[in-house]
Ligand binder design. Structure first.
Ligand SMILES: [Fe+2]
Ligand SMILES: [Fe+2]
Length: 166
């Protein structure tokens, strides 16, 4: 593909994730408020701080490519956040709601992992080394956040087979 076309794709995807990260700052704040387990609250709050820094890192990427930081509404993130809110409403407070929050938060992380994976592949192929370094750092933070949530699901919330129901 021509470099200019790939650059256009890169820019569109960057606008999408920029909008998504900013929406997540609000969504994660709400999730932390609704969570019960101390470990889960801490994990979400710490990723919230990381997310706020990621917003700035993405702004830095816009800067490096000489473009103004502008977001473009991310329909996928709107859907994921709407689903998360529904799940939190439906689930009874405590372990059940915590499990629902983890499930919803992991879907969000998977979306981010996929988005930053694509962005860093585009950027590598465009030969933008400084940008690739920034994007891969964020990608690793998203992967770690996902792993932390898996760990909490297994240990704190105890999503394990305990008995046969049927
Ligand atoms: Fe993020
Ligand atoms: Fe994230």
């Amino acid at each position: 593909m021509e470099g200019s076309k790939l650059m256009k794709l890169f820019e569109n995807s960057l606008k999408d994730i920029y909008w998504a990260e900013k929406a997540l700052v609000k969504a994660l704040t709400k999730m932390a408020r609704k969570a019960s387990s101390e470990e889960l609250v801490e994990a979400i709050e710490s990723h919230l701080t990381e997310t706020e820094e990621q917003v700035e890192q993405v702004e830095k990427v816009f800067n490096l490519i000489g473009k103004k930081a502008v977001g473009k509404k991310c329909d996928a993130m709107v859907g994921l956040i709407t689903e998360a809110e529904g799940l939190m409403e439906e689930a009874e407070e405590g372990a059940m709601r915590d499990a629902a929050i983890i499930a919803a938060a992991q879907k969000v992380e998977h979306y981010e992992i996929s988005s930053y994976g694509t962005l860093s592949a585009y950027s590598r192929s465009l030969g933008m080394d400084d940008v690739t370094v920034l994007l891969e750092k964020i990608l690793n933070e998203e992967r770690k956040a996902d792993e932390t949530l898996s760990g909490i699901a297994l240990t704190t919330i105890n999503i394990r087979p305990t008995q046969k129901i049927a």
